[in-house]
Design a protein around this ligand. Structure first.
Ligand SMILES: Nc1ncnc2c1ncn2[C@@H]1O[C@H](COP(=O)(O)OP(=O)(O)OP(=O)(O)O)[C@@H](O)[C@H]1O
Ligand SMILES: [Mg+2]
Length: 232
């Protein structure tokens, strides 16, 4: 469903991603781990078309999307949760969700999808008419996830979605992601929190200085010395 092959990117003269390859197959929940500044968000930008590639390619949903703009990816059936959530602060929760729905080109009626999101996120439902900026951090995290899911994507790509949440909310958040995965979504979860991510992931990658240093099954990752040293 997603394949990055030998991807390179630069910020000015400085090379950031150095031949990075990773893949996510249908039905998998894959995590991309890495320390601060390792290139996780750069990978997110490279695969969402926000950053041009200097080399390599990106395939998504069976298509070459190396030169496809971000706006077109949602219509392929991909939902995104960007770093920092990026809600429209002065729009209501409902309006934020409608924008996600419209971008997806989903054929199911909006109200039906909204009802599905309300079932998954009861607290979002109670606050549909509230401006997004007046929601708590935890609620905003749920809105950003609902916005990515409301168009019923097959693939969900998230960049540090649980950042800034309390330990209790982080547990709830990861439970929700696990549930979404178990109900059939394919997920790429970009995370700093290796322990939590590896609890729910099938496979993982570790990126260090723009390159994949370790990859493997959940068990391989949990047993890996580099990962244990960095995180566990
Ligand atoms: N627009 C930019 N211009 C120049 N350098 C950048 C730019 N964006 C990111 N970088 C640099 O690229 C490196 C990788 O950044 P990136 O955002 O991918 O890290 P990350 O793995 O997501 O880290 P974090 O866990 O802190 O979010 C960092 O050293 C960062 O300073
Ligand atoms: Mg980041």
């Amino acid at each position: 469903m997603l394949e990055l092959s030998d991807v390179s990117t630069f910020y000015g003269q400085v090379q950031m991603l150095r031949g990075l390859s990773l893949s996510v197959r249908k039905g998998e929940l894959v995590c991309l781990l890495g320390p601060n500044g390792a290139g996780k968000s750069t990978t997110f930008k490279a695969l969402t078309g926000l950053l041009p590639l200097a080399g390599g390619s990106v395939r998504m949903m069976g298509q070459d999307v190396t030169r496809t703009g971000t706006d077109k990816l949602a219509a392929l059936g991909v939902g995104f949760v960007p770093e920092g959530r990026r809600l429209f602060p002065s729009l209501t929760v409902r309006e934020n969700l409608k924008l996600g729905y419209d971008a997806s080109g989903c054929k199911i009626p909006f109200e039906t999808r909204l009802a599905a999101m309300s079932e998954l996120f009861p607290r979002v439902q109670e606050r549909l008419n509230q401006p997004a900026r007046t929601m708590s951090g935890g609620e905003q995290a749920m809105v950003a996830l609902a916005r990515a899911l409301i168009g019923d994507p097959e693939l969900l790509i998230m960049d540090e979605p649980s950042l800034g949440l309390s330990p209790k909310l982080i547990d709830e958040y990861f439970d929700t992601v696990a549930r979404i995965h178990s109900e059939g979504k394919t997920v790429l979860l970009i995370e700093q929190n290796a322990e939590k991510a590896l609890t729910i992931a099938n496979r993982g990658y570790l990126v260090v200085r723009g390159r994949i240093e370790v990859e493997g099954s959940r068990e391989d990752m949990l047993a890996d010395d580099t990962i244990r040293h960095l995180y566990l």
